[in-house]
Design a protein around this ligand. Sequence first.
Ligand SMILES: C[S@@+](CC[C@H](N)C(=O)[O-])C[C@H]1O[C@@H](n2cnc3c(N)ncnc32)[C@H](O)[C@@H]1O
Length: 271
Amino acid sequence: MYSQMQYSKRLRELFPEVILHAEDLLLLETFQIKYLPDRVAQKEFATLLCTSPVVHRFLITKYPPIDSFLTRILEENSTVGDEDLIEEQCQEALWEIADLIIFNKNPELFDALNKIKWDISEISSITSLEGKVVADVGAGSGRIAFLVAPFAQTVFAVEPVTRFRTFMKEKAVREGVNNLYVMDGTLDSIPLPDQSLDVLITSNAIGWNISDELRELERVIKSGGHAIHLLQSDMQNENPFHEVMISSSWNYSCFQDGDDLKMKLRYYKTT
Ligand SMILES: C[S@@+](CC[C@H](N)C(=O)[O-])C[C@H]1O[C@@H](n2cnc3c(N)ncnc32)[C@H](O)[C@@H]1O
């Protein structure tokens, strides 16, 4: 009945308390709307656009290049008549991209997920953080940034989603963390000077634009500094960038822990 769903089932399991509405898409930021062509279930998303002209107009106004993609999926997918089926398809359309919505709508629920956890020793066994200038890029709710802050001299938490940045700023005040600075930015455009970091860490965040990202993060790391990428999955996916990262072009080493059901990968290199 539905086009191939990659994420909706898993996201429904991860966030059982969340109820999604079409209007939640009005929370999306421009850079997230750019991701939609690669992420949406097209048939179901076309149904959602038909039932919610406000969302359709919002997406085009916020990011005009999406217009041709939305026009095409509307042309290629005929709408269903049955009301229950329409509602079911709209829900599937939303849940397939629920991570993007929940980042903006419920950052505290994302932060509370205990399925994704790292211990400080999994980072400090690669390099000491004592007295170091560290960045967590694609920081989300700041799980890694707050984990490393007690050990580092300074931590920059770089994150493009506004609600996540607000969440981190409020948490830093609440918890008296005064060496953590929250910044807007993306992995392929990091708002830090050349060679300014001792350690750059990402956690389940690379891969939106892999080559530009790997190049950009090496720009901001000092010579002799460290790049560390943490990846954790309980979706039995392999890292699609594994070959690129360990290739002679990028030269990452990889530690692998866990099993097929909960795989933890740590990529690291000295720059
Ligand atoms: C799966 S979350 C991981 C968040 C956090 N690192 C963690 O481990 O909890 C992915 C994060 O990457 C951010 N993101 C999306 N596109 C990005 C980009 N181009 N550059 C950097 N971060 C990005 C998202 O907003 C989100 O916060």
